[in-house]
Design a protein around this ligand. Structure first.
Ligand code: FES
Length: 183
């Protein structure tokens, strides 16, 4: 097992563990996995999962069950910009296929394939809870909303140029106000 928490992760793990009684350390499994994933370029290798299991004195399979239940944990490498495209019904009705088309053109024809420069990977996901500003994507920790084909391409190009666009609505909508009140 080569993975270990670095100093910063150790601090975060200590804070997470302190939220639970001493005899309930298993309860910290989700924050521990999140800390491990963030340290490990946004994915959980077998080493990471074994490390978390050892730290929390849990059987590997129990931790693996958590990892594979929640889509927020990645079990294979992802790009530096990990693009999750919501294609659930509200986003689909508002044109998420155009967002997917832009990802295929700029990133890769196939989902979950890391681009050769390691800059991107993309995948389709279920509802991310921002349906009111559909269609939308999550890139790492940020939401970009009210997308179409052109704005998705502009967004991805802005990341290639290392000048990311403003997070949130791409049509200037404030919060989740109605579209007619976008100005
Ligand atoms: S359906 Fe896309 S965010 Fe809910």
């Amino acid at each position: 097992m080569s993975f270990k928490f670095n100093e910063e992760s150790q601090k975060l793990a200590k804070i997470a563990l302190a939220k639970y009684p001493d005899d309930r350390k298993h309860s910290a499994v989700m924050p521990f996995l999140d800390i491990a994933q963030r340290q490990n370029d946004n994915w959980l290798s077998q080493d990471c999962i074994e490390f978390v299991a050892t730290q929390l004195e849990m059987p590997f399979i129990k931790v693996w069950e958590v990892v594979t239940f929640y889509s927020m944990y990645n079990t294979q490498p992802v790009g530096k910009n990990f693009v999750q495209v919501c294609t659930t019904t509200p986003c689909w009705l508002r044109g998420s296929e155009n967002v997917v088309r832009a990802c295929k053109e700029i990133i890769s024809e196939n989902p979950k394939e890391v681009s050769s420069d390691n800059l991107f990977s993309w995948m389709e996901v279920e509802c991310l809870g921002a349906c009111v500003n559909a269609p939308m994507v999550q890139i790492n920790d940020d939401f970009y909303e009210d997308l179409d084909y052109v704005s998705t391409k502009n967004l991805l190009i802005s990341l290639i140029d290392n000048k990311p666009l403003q997070i949130g609505s791409q049509i200037g909508r404030q919060g989740s106000k109605g579209i007619n009140n976008a100005e």
